[in-house]
Design a protein around this ligand. Structure first.
Ligand code: 15L
Length: 262
């Protein structure tokens, strides 16, 4: 097991991973913005502060969750997801940290129309500036893998929630238990190089390829189908149907259109 620097440790996924990875024997050092109660108070868009945190922690791996988890302006999205990832990668090089596991998002390919099976190698097709920033962060990870030989696993997370509540989420749900299983597998897989995996549970209605994750050792155990009867008890609406037409659900509908710089 490893010493893991966990950014965004006080957020919803961070809280689950802090406890879950610790239970699996990792030594987790949490990092979050000041005032959020983490062991390290750092803004990940500040390269100097990030370097100090990595120098102090000397982790075996970074798990990078920190960032605005929804749509924002283009500059805010790029800073939050790309600049923060660059700051961590530079600090990792300086302090010999060999691996990063990144919380990317399905929204990197969110404008992809529904297919039978969504491969991890489909071309980038973001649905929002948030998705654009996730694409750029993934590209940055790949650049550092190619240039410097580090390992980087990018997890395109679906809907990480306690339970699914919409029809789309019957396909896109990532349970808390599977969240821990996926990040643990990405931390311990031998020499993944650059890898992309879809962060979803073993949902009966899932249509995103789980094989790239399985080949890294991620064996999802949960299935949103357990909630299907309850969710389908209410009539399906046009909005439900629109959400299910694209990978990114509501983010791929007009609801999320906004100017880039406001
Ligand atoms: C995400 O990446 C977002 O952070 C979250 O707000 C949801 O939109 C989720 O994806 C999803 O697609 O359900």
């Amino acid at each position: 097991m490893a010493t893991v620097l966990l950014t965004g440790s006080s957020g919803a996924i961070g809280t689950i991973l802090d406890a879950g990875l610790s239970d699996l024997g990792h030594e987790v050092v949490g990092l979050d913005l000041p005032g959020r109660g983490a062991a390290l108070s750092v803004d990940c868009t500040d390269p100097v502060a990030v370097d100090e945190a990595v120098a102090e922690t000397r982790p075996d791996a970074v798990v990078h969750l920190a960032g605005i988890p929804t749509e924002s302006s283009l500059p805010d999205a790029l800073s939050s997801h790309v600049v923060s990832t660059g700051a961590l990668l530079e600090a990792m090089l300086r302090h010999d940290v060999p691996r990063i596991v990144y919380a990317s998002s399905n929204h990197a390919v969110g404008r992809t129309p529904r297919t039978d099976l969504l491969g991890a190698d489909v071309h980038a097709r973001p649905d929002t500036y948030y998705g654009v920033a996730k694409v750029a962060a993934e590209a940055l990870l790949h650049l550092y893998v190619d240039r410097h030989g580090i390992d980087a696993v990018s997890t395109r997370i679906g809907s990480a929630l306690d339970r699914p509540t919409t029809r789309r989420q019957l396909a896109t749900w990532l349970s808390p238990g599977d969240t821990v299983r996926m990040f643990h597998a990405a931390l311990v897989a031998p020499s993944p190089g650059f890898a992309v995996v879809y962060g979803v549970s073993a949902n009966t209605r899932g249509w995103w390829d789980l094989e790239p994750g399985r080949s890294l050792g991620y064996d999802p155990q949960d299935d949103a189908e357990a909630y299907a009867a309850e969710i389908e008890a209410t009539p399906e609406t046009d909005a439900d149907r629109a959400e299910q037409s694209y990978v990114g659900g509501p983010f791929a509908t007009g609801e999320f259109d906004r100017p880039a710089f406001d």
